[in-house]
Unconditional design. Structure first.
Length: 262
């Protein structure tokens, strides 16, 4: 989450659903992010757009001292406590944190909500010269039959709502931002950073069948009322019933971009 106040507030009524249902991340990816600093006695990270703290706690479990930066107070207040994690309420573009003080700056499933140039400039300011920026995105793996069907139902429900809830709001700035993020994905390009590595991982999330509607409520681009929502709930319940056991599995493709400050 990030600079646009209207977009930030989209997450207020989803904080409890985020905390309860959103997926975690693969342990091997967390290890890869932390690995360059393993010989240090202390590793400091700023986790930007931390939401309800899923990524922050994973880093904390790995021994990292984490400052979790989140602009939405309801999301931060829904986070479970962790001895290695401290929350602050601030936007990604102006965190108020000390310059050149962090080994890691991370953003899990959130960078696309930020102002592109201003946030990257801030991340560069926060990092030590030998620090690392880690940007992570996790997407449903449509090659899996169940996950693909789930994704199709979600897309159908969001199709008439998504133009109002988009990280690429505004023209031309939103259009330019969209293409800059595509340059990151295609060419590994980011201003203020160099030596961009693109690494891929997979992750499985197992949920009780009864949680499928709750999980859908955690999606920021779905309106949780009206005819489209009712149709989605009916479709998801039918999909869940098609699974023989009491647990459903959603599969993810997770991409990590790891780079150095210039």
């Amino acid at each position: 989450m990030g600079a646009n106040q209207e977009n930030t507030e989209l997450f207020t009524d989803k904080s409890n659903s985020y905390a309860k249902y959103r997926s975690s991340y693969p342990a091997e990816m967390i290890d890869r992010i932390v690995e360059p600093f393993k010989t240090q006695s202390t590793i400091n990270a700023a986790d930007i757009g931390a939401g309800t703290g899923i990524s922050s706690r994973l880093l904390g479990d790995a021994g990292v001292k984490v400052t979790a930066v989140e602009p939405n107070r309801a999301m931060a207040e829904a986070a479970d406590e962790h001895t290695n994690v401290e929350y602050i309420i601030a936007p990604a573009e102006s965190t108020g944190l000390e310059s050149n003080s962090y080994d890691l700056v991370t953003s899990f499933q959130a960078f696309h909500w930020f102002h592109f140039d201003e946030s990257l400039k801030e991340f560069n300011r926060l990092l030590k010269p030998d620090g690392k920026l880690a940007l992570v995105w996790s997407y449903w793996d449509e090659s899996d039959d169940f996950t693909g069907k789930f994704n199709s139902l979600i897309n159908k429900a969001s199709s008439k709502f998504e133009e109002k809830v988009t990280p690429y709001d505004g023209f031309p700035s939103g259009y330019i931002k969209k293409w800059r993020i595509r340059l990151l994905w295609k060419l590994g390009w980011l201003p203020y950073f160099s030596s961009v590595e693109k690494l891929r991982f997979s992750y499985d999330q197992n949920l009780p069948k009864s949680d499928i509607i709750g999980y859908a409520k955690s999606q920021s681009f779905i309106k949780h009322e009206g005819e489209l929502w009712s149709e989605l709930c009916e479709g998801l319940e039918t999909l869940a019933k098609s699974v023989d056991n009491d647990t459903i599995t959603l599969k993810y493709r997770v991409t990590l971009f790891l780079c150095n400050p210039k």
